[in-house]
Design a binder for this molecule. Structure first.
Ligand code: ADP
Length: 657
């Protein structure tokens, strides 16, 4: 019994245990089914994640890389439609083979080592069209529970856009570096406050002369000689302020091949900014202008020397622009006028000149500015006390190689004393001529009276043998004529000087007048040969006596300066623009070119013309020139030494204003 009870108890206990076991199995079963549900959820979530991901995801199984998973994104990129699952990858995308992708997959499959690469270009045939795309991708080996490799997962990102952009940036940078390196300008780009050389082109490296290997080093470590020359301060200023710095022909000492050399540079220091607009460097763009700099220095030095020389001179020297605007006055000007150089330049030059001389000076100035001829004239300039002093003003044009006027240089020499003496002389001459005129005229009268009183030549033949009165009286008359002409020339001269020469103009027949003059001259010079050619018959409106005076002067000179012959040809011809011309040609000693302008000046006589042979005072041509000028005519000369001369004047036929 005992045993039976025990057995029952044991069974009951067993039953209870089984019950408990069933209960816990039930519990486990419930948990398991929950877990399966959860797992299902997980798989679902994972699949959803794979399929909805923007990343390109695929799993290839086995050595044939059968496509087991391929999300929508990767299928789009492949461009081979939807139906790819279960097919071998390299059959779907045969284009991968020639690009070595198959080898890459094999490598991962065989070694189990994942493979990652960025921006790999892959040519895909998308919907029939070949196209290069760029990918960042990872090939991840897939293992089973035993750790054996059963496939490869491909997780990739299409970075085509960014890769193309990067490529462009790289190309641009390449081009920009090429540009810098191939430029003749000296270019360097310095980074940071320490001015680390990021780029330095060959041109700048060669000027620095510190070898090729300078990139990555701070500028002033490479060029310590610049430190004492204010360059670090300049760089810092550009770096701090962001204001570029421009310099022209800056002299810089730099050490090249162990030697200190002076060079001149045009340069700009340009601040460099990063994309946040913060300054992160300085670009140096420079030109080596050493040769030009040395030349300009020499020019400046010689200009300085020239200025000093000019300032040292007692003459008043000034310079003007091509258009006649003064740009420089020397010290003598400053001393004479009592005005400083700026003052002189600020005020008009006209204010320095006596009002009576201004118009004439302006006219002459305009004329030479237009023609580029030299200018020489006399004018009065006010001194520091405001009193006008006579000066001889001369200006000459400075021309460049092309013959264009670049500036004018002028000198002014004081001739006031000379002028005063001249004036005194003029006054004296005037006085003497005046005083002489009356007695000489009356002597002439008496000679003529005496000539008329003595018997006629033929009747007197016998008497003449004893006392040749008539020939002596005739000679006296000729000499008195000359004396009278001289006196009246002197008087004319002072009239011109005092602006008192009056013209009495009238209409007269020029040809007749010339004929009359020739007759008179031939009367007192018996053996002359004067030929007259009337090529124009003309009436003119002019002062008959004065024009006669010019013709007489031309003809008497022609005879006087032809010691070996007496042939003179006078031509009356039609000139241009309603003018008539009269020319007097001789075959005498002629006039050298350099004298031809001067002989029209007062008292000018050609030196060496043996004054004793050719009597005269050098007034005749001066008067002739003044008379013709006052008639608005022209006077000119054509002459060759030893061959003879031709003096010509022209006159307007009609009244002029
Ligand atoms: P003058 O004859 O009284 O010296 P002019 O004024 O008439 O003065 O002439 C000035 C100078 O010009 C003369 O001294 C002479 O040297 C030169 N001259 C003038 N006419 C002639 C000429 N026909 N041939 C050569 N020389 C001349």
């Amino acid at each position: 019994m005992m045993n039976q009870d025990l057995r029952i108890k044991e069974l009951e206990q067993e039953l209870e245990r089984k019950d408990q076991e069933i209960q816990s199995l039930n519990h486990m079963n419930k948990r398991l089914s929950n877990s399966i549900d959860e797992l299902k959820d997980e798989v679902y979530k994972y699949e959803d994640l794979v399929h909805s991901s923007n990343s390109l995801i695929a799993i290839f199984m086995g050595k044939d890389y059968i496509i087991d998973v391929a999300n929508e994104s990767i299928r789009d990129v492949w461009g081979k439609g939807h139906n790819v699952i279960g097919k071998p990858l390299l059959e779907v995308l045969p284009e991968l083979r020639k690009q070595g992708i198959d080898d890459l997959l094999d490598q991962v499959y065989n070694t189990g080592i994942p493979y990652h690469a960025d921006e790999v270009p892959v040519e895909l045939v998308i919907n029939g069209i070949p196209e290069i795309r760029y990918f960042d991708f990872t090939y991840q080996p897939q293992k089973n529970q035993k750790g054996e490799i059963i496939g490869v997962a491909d997780i990739a990102t299409d970075v085509t856009k960014q890769a193309l952009l990067n490529k462009k940036v790289r190309e641009n940078e390449y081009r920009y570096r090429e540009l810098i390196h191939s430029s003749n300008s000296l270019i360097a780009i310095l980074r940071g406050k320490e001015m680390v050389i990021e780029i330095a082109n060959n041109a700048i490296k060669s000027v620095w002369g510190k070898g090729n290997d300078v990139e990555g080093k701070p500028l002033f470590e490479i060029l310590p000689e610049m430190i004492g020359q204010g360059m670090p301060e300049l760089f810092n200023e550009v770096y701090e302020t962001g204001e570029p710095h421009f310099a022209q022909e800056k002299p810089l000492l730099h050490k090249k091949d162990g030697e200190m050399k002076l060079g001149y540079f045009d340069f700009v220091y340009q601040p460099q900014r990063n994309i946040h607009n913060q300054i992160d460097g300085v670009a140096v763009i420079a030109q080596d202008v050493t040769q030009q700099g040395i030349l300009n220095k020499k020019v400046r030095e010689s200009e300085k020397e020239f200025r000093e020389l000019v300032n040292f001179m007692p003459h008043k020297i000034s310079m003007s622009s091509a258009t006649g605007e003064p740009v420089f006055y020397n010290n003598s000007w400053v001393t004479y006028t009592g005005k400083n150089a700026e003052n002189l330049l600020e005020n008009s030059w006209q204010s320095l000149i006596h009002p009576d001389d201004r118009e004439r000076t302006e006219q002459m100035g305009e004329k030479v500015l237009a023609t580029g001829q030299d200018l020489e004239m006399e004018l009065r300039i006010f001194d520091k006390n405001g009193s006008p002093k006579w000066h001889l003003f001369r200006a000459t044009a400075i021309k460049n190689e092309e013959g264009e006027i670049t500036s004018w240089i002028s000198s002014c020499t004081e001739i006031h004393k000379l002028k005063e003496e001249e004036q005194r002389k003029d006054d004296f001459l005037k006085l003497v001529s005046h005083e002489l005129k009356t007695p000489v005229t009356s002597i002439k009268g008496y000679v003529q009276l005496l000539l008329s009183m003595i018997p006629k030549e033929e009747e007197e033949k016998e008497n003449n043998k004893k006392l040749p009165v008539r020939p002596y009286l005739n000679r006296m008359e000729i000499q008195i004529e000359r004396l009278i002409r001289l006196i009246s020339e002197m008087l004319d001269l002072s009239r011109i000087e005092q602006k008192e020469l009056q013209l009495k103009k009238e209409y007269f027949k020029l040809n007749e007048h010339v004929e009359q003059i020739i007759e008179d001259i031939s009367y007192s010079n018996r053996d002359v040969q004067i030929e007259l050619q009337h090529q124009d018959q003309s009436e003119v409106f002019a002062d008959k006596d004065r024009i006669g005076q010019v013709i007489i002067n031309f003809v008497t000179n022609a005879l006087k300066y032809s010691p070996e012959g007496n042939r003179v040809i006078i031509k009356i011809f039609e000139g241009k623009n309603a003018h008539v011309g009269v020319s007097v040609r001789d075959f005498g000693i002629g006039i050298a070119k350099k004298e031809q302008k001067k002989i029209f000046k007062r008292f000018y006589r050609i030196a060496g013309n043996k004054d004793y042979t050719y009597a005269g005072f050098g007034i005749g041509l001066y008067l002739s020139n003044e008379i013709i000028k006052r008639h608005k005519g022209r006077i000119y000369l054509d002459s060759q030494i030893g061959k003879g001369s031709e003096f010509t004047f022209t006159l307007p036929k009609q009244k002029t204003k």
